[in-house]
Each structure stands twice: as C-alpha cells, then as structure tokens.
Design a protein. Structure first.
Length: 227
C-alpha cells in the first residue's frame, strides 16, 4: 500500500529537530527493513519572488485555512515503530492511500539525500457536486495544459487519493506534485507567461474548489519506486 502523510510539528517542538529525527529514523528503518520504500520531504521556505494569482493563493477564499505542514512522508507499507514515535513530534498527521500517474519526468531531478531541486506539493479539494468520473476526466485533461504552462518543472506527478486514512484530514481527492531542478526554475518557470497563468487558474476553477496550504520541500529518497 502506498501512502502519503502530511505532518505538522507540535508547537513545543522545533521543526529543525523534527527534520533531523525523521531523517535519522527513516535511515535506520530502511537499513533494517529491506522492503521499505520511503521518501521524506522536508519543508523549505517559499522561494523569494514566487508569485501566484489571487485565485490560487493560500489566503484566498477557496483555500482551507489550515496551518502549514513541516514535512511529508511517502512510503510503501509501514515503517515499523514510526507511528508510535511520531506522536511525540507532530500534532497533525494527515495520511492518504494514493496511486500515482507520472505526467512528466525529464531526468533532471537526481534522487539522493538530499535530492536535487525543490518540490511543490498541493492537496486538491474537488468540487463536491462533480461525479468521480468528471473529476478524473478534468484533472487528466488538465495535465497537458500544466506541462505547457509550468515550463520550469522537470517532474510532474498526479497523486490520486484512493482512501482517507486519517479521520481529521482535509477532504482532498488528489495531490499535485511539481518538482523543479533549481529554485530559479521554480520562480521563473512556474508559469511560462501571464497568459498561461490565467489559463491555469481558469482551468483549475472548473474542478478544484481549493485545498490545504502548499508545501515547498526538499526530498530525501531512502528507497525509490522503480515502476
């Protein structure tokens, strides 16, 4: 089972110390559990100069007013002992069972500890009055526009949420992943033009109602997917 967990650090803990603990725990687990697959994404500051139109900003009326996450954890199966220990560090853990669809990967992202580049993750809450078939058709159709407009992205993945595993998690139906080889590629190439920016915002409005705060992060790949 493939899952993604979004994590928020408790107010009495430091995010930097949590990052160190999570990396060390994932490293130890993957050494002892040969079948484990794990990618840890640790939060990064929003790059200076990054701009979103009002309809796509975090504080817009179509966004869930949720505190930002400090990390995300992608894993196959469960890392033994991690769940129990996690409660000592985080006060929110929103976990989803997911499947992935790789739209673009030009090979410029080098997996490692850390991987190259900076990743953008955003959970998507779809319009509630749309049937599942229409949602899947709309986001699938959106993929070609996203590749055309987000010219700086080296990797684009659509994560479809198949099941909510946390009762308090935001009601997202998908997670958009855009991975940029450099910070400048993100800032300068998130939109190829003002026209493209408007086209993306307009198209998303047809099927996306909003979502939790975006996570800008750097990946640490402990065991990668090969399919």
């Amino acid at each position: 089972m493939l899952t993604i967990s979004f994590l928020r650090v408790r107010p009495d803990r430091k995010a930097s110390e949590f990052h160190d603990w999570l990396l060390a725990r994932a490293d130890a687990a993957c050494e002892s559990q040969s079948a484990a697959y794990c990618v840890v994404s640790l939060s990064e500051p929003v790059p200076p100069g990054f701009f979103l139109p009002p309809a796509m900003r975090l504080d817009a009326s179509n966004s869930v007013p949720w505190p930002p996450y400090e990390a995300a954890l992608l894993q196959a199966g469960a890392i033994e002992g991690l769940s129990a220990e996690m409660s000592e560090w985080v006060d929110l853990r929103h976990t989803y069972r997911v499947t992935r669809r790789v739209i673009k990967d030009d090979g410029r992202i080098a997996d490692g500890r850390p991987s190259t580049g900076i990743k953008y993750l955003r959970g998507l809450i779809f319009h509630q009055d749309m049937p599942e078939s229409a949602i899947r058709r709309s986001w699938t159709h959106h993929a070609s526009l996203a590749v055309e407009v987000h010219v700086g992205a080296s990797r684009y993945v659509q994560w479809w949420v198949e099941e909510h595993l946390s009762p308090d998690a935001p009601n997202i139906g998908g997670i958009a992943e855009l991975h940029f080889a450099t910070e400048s590629a993100l800032v300068e190439g998130f939109f190829e033009s003002p026209r493209g920016m408007k086209a993306i915002a307009h198209d998303l409005g047809h099927f996306v109602a909003g979502g939790p705060p975006r996570l800008f992060a750097r990946d640490y790949v402990f065991r990668r997917m090969t399919d």
